[in-house]
Every structure is written in C-alpha cells, then in structure tokens.
Design a protein around this ligand. Structure first.
Ligand SMILES: Nc1ncnc2c1ncn2[C@@H]1O[C@H](COP(=O)(O)OP(=O)(O)OP(=O)(O)O)[C@@H](O)[C@H]1O
Ligand SMILES: [Mg+2]
Length: 253
C-alpha cells in the first residue's frame, strides 16, 4: 500500500543546518556558565528563522556554535552533510569561508577599503570570483550603486550594514547568520536591511538565521525560536509583531 506521502510531489525539505543536543559551557568548577544546555533545531533551505530570548539566554552562543565560530562542549552541528564538530580548524575555516555568511551588530568593515572593496573582500580571500551579474544584483537591490567608492566613515550606519550584508551574500552562502543586524540602526534603515534579507529568502531561497531582541525584526522571519537559560523553550510560526510581543510577555511570566 502506498503511503500518503509518496504521492506528494512537493519540493523536498532540505535541512541545511541541524543542531543536535548542543551544550556549551564556559569556564570550569564553581564558576562554570552553562550557556547552552541541550539545544536541538533544524533549519531548512529558504527558511528565515529569528532567535529571541532574554539577555544572557545563549542566543549569540547558539549562533556562533551553529556557524562554526565557536566550539561546542557536546552535541553536533551539521551543515549540509558535514558535522562541524568533526573538522580540523583548517577545514572549519575553509567551510566557513566557502559556505557560510555572517553579519554582526557592529558592521565589521575595514575602514581603509571602499564599500566595493569591502563587499568583495571575502570573495577575494576565497580565491574565487562571484559572477558579475550577482554582484550587480546585490548592489542594486541594496541601493549601494552610488556609494561603492566611499569608505565606511563616509557612509551612514544603514549603508554600512547594507555593505556588510552585500559582502555576506556575495559568495552565495548556504546559510546567512546574523547577530542583531539591525541593533545599531534606526528603524527605517533597519527596515531596509530586513526587507532585503526577506527578499533574498523569497527570491533566492537564501537560508537566514538571525538573532534579534526586536519583535518588529522577528516578524520578518518565517518562525521564531525562543531561548531561555540555554534551552529552546518555545517556537512560533508565522510571527507577527503582536504575536511575538504576546509570547515574550508569557515568557516573562
Ligand atoms: N566567552 C565567554 N566566557 C564566559 N562566559 C560567556 C562567554 N560568552 C558568553 N558567556 C556567558 O554565556 C551566557 C550566554 O551568553 P550569550 O552571549 O550567548 O547571550 P545572549 O543571549 O546573546 O545575550 P545578549 O542578548 O545580551 O546578547 C551568558 O551568561 C554569558 O555571560
Ligand atoms: Mg548576544
């Protein structure tokens, strides 16, 4: 007898990132901080996930472990079909460079390079060149065309963050990780950056995992994972500003 699922013709869900029972502790003895206490989650291709939770709940730690920027104490992180916890430092560096993208709260641009040079930076480091068409698509979509020759000091915060997003997307990462990408932006420039992340998800099936404390930012995502004290305590699909607020109030108890 056929199972009902075998007759479906939908695109299969691809898990591009999987966390399995992750723990992360800092320090030892009495002073040990258990930043993650057993976190499991799957992230599908073309899915935009927001991670929320109180300060100190482990959001950045979780993101850094997922992105191979920090080691885990136990558990696994799988990107595509590679278990990051089994890689050497060199292999991990290469995987991060070739397959992952990062955007941080502080834009991390190099002050002596122009916007274009900053955008192309990781592309060059990888020894590969993105197709010209893709550079143009990103630069136009982010409204950076007229700013390419300027240095970061000559750009607004929103423009600097858009340069950082362009740089992260240029190599077509399998997963884009963002830690409070709009934390240093006013609401209108924050909206521009979030709108572009949403477009990248909708038009290019970009996978995005974003830490934020802002319900408005979280509402751009497809789902929200809530962390508290190093554990995922709740998940919300199709978040709206109001739903996220309500869930946060519930969590505060
Ligand atoms: N390098 C470190 N050494 C020791 N403790 C750390 C380190 N990094 C984080 N921690 C601790 O781990 C816990 C989780 O920190 P994390 O930065 O992941 O929180 P967060 O949810 O991102 O908070 P915030 O919203 O304030 O950015 C906190 O108690 C923090 O003090
Ligand atoms: Mg943090």
């Amino acid at each position: 007898m056929d199972t009902p699922t075998s007759q479906h013709n939908e695109r299969p869900v691809e898990h591009v990132a999987v966390a399995i029972d992750l723990t992360k502790s800092y320090g030892r003895g009495d002073g040990t901080v258990h930043a993650l206490r057993g976190v499991s989650a799957t992230f599908s291709r073309g899915q935009f996930t927001a991670i929320m939770g109180p300060s100190g709940s482990g959001k950045s730690t979780f993101l850094h472990c997922l992105a191979g920027l920090d080691t885990v104490t136990s558990g696994s992180v799988v990107i595509g079909d590679v278990d990051l916890t089994k890689l050497s430092r060199t292999e991990l560096t290469k995987l991060r460079r070739d397959r992952l993208g990062f955007v941080f709260q502080s834009f991390n641009l190099l002050p002596m390079l122009t916007a274009e040079e900053n955008i192309r930076l990781t592309d060059r480091l990888g020894g590969r060149r993105a197709e010209a068409g893709w550079f143009d698509t990103i630069v136009n979509a982010l409204g950076l065309r007229a700013r390419l020759r300027h240095r970061p000091a000559e750009l607004s915060g929103g423009q600097q963050q858009r340069v950082a997003v362009a740089r992260a997307l240029l190599t077509r990462p399998e997963v884009l990780f963002a830690d409070e990408p709009t934390g240093n932006l006013d609401s209108s420039t924050g909206t521009e950056v979030l709108g572009f992340l949403r477009t990248a998800v909708d038009t290019h099936r970009q996978t995005v995992i974003m830490v934020t404390h802002d319900p408005v930012a979280a509402a751009y995502a497809d789902r929200v994972l809530f962390l508290a004290d190093g554990r995922i305590v709740d998940e919300l699909a199709a978040p709206t500003n109001d739903l996220v607020h309500a869930r946060m109030r519930q969590m505060e108890g």
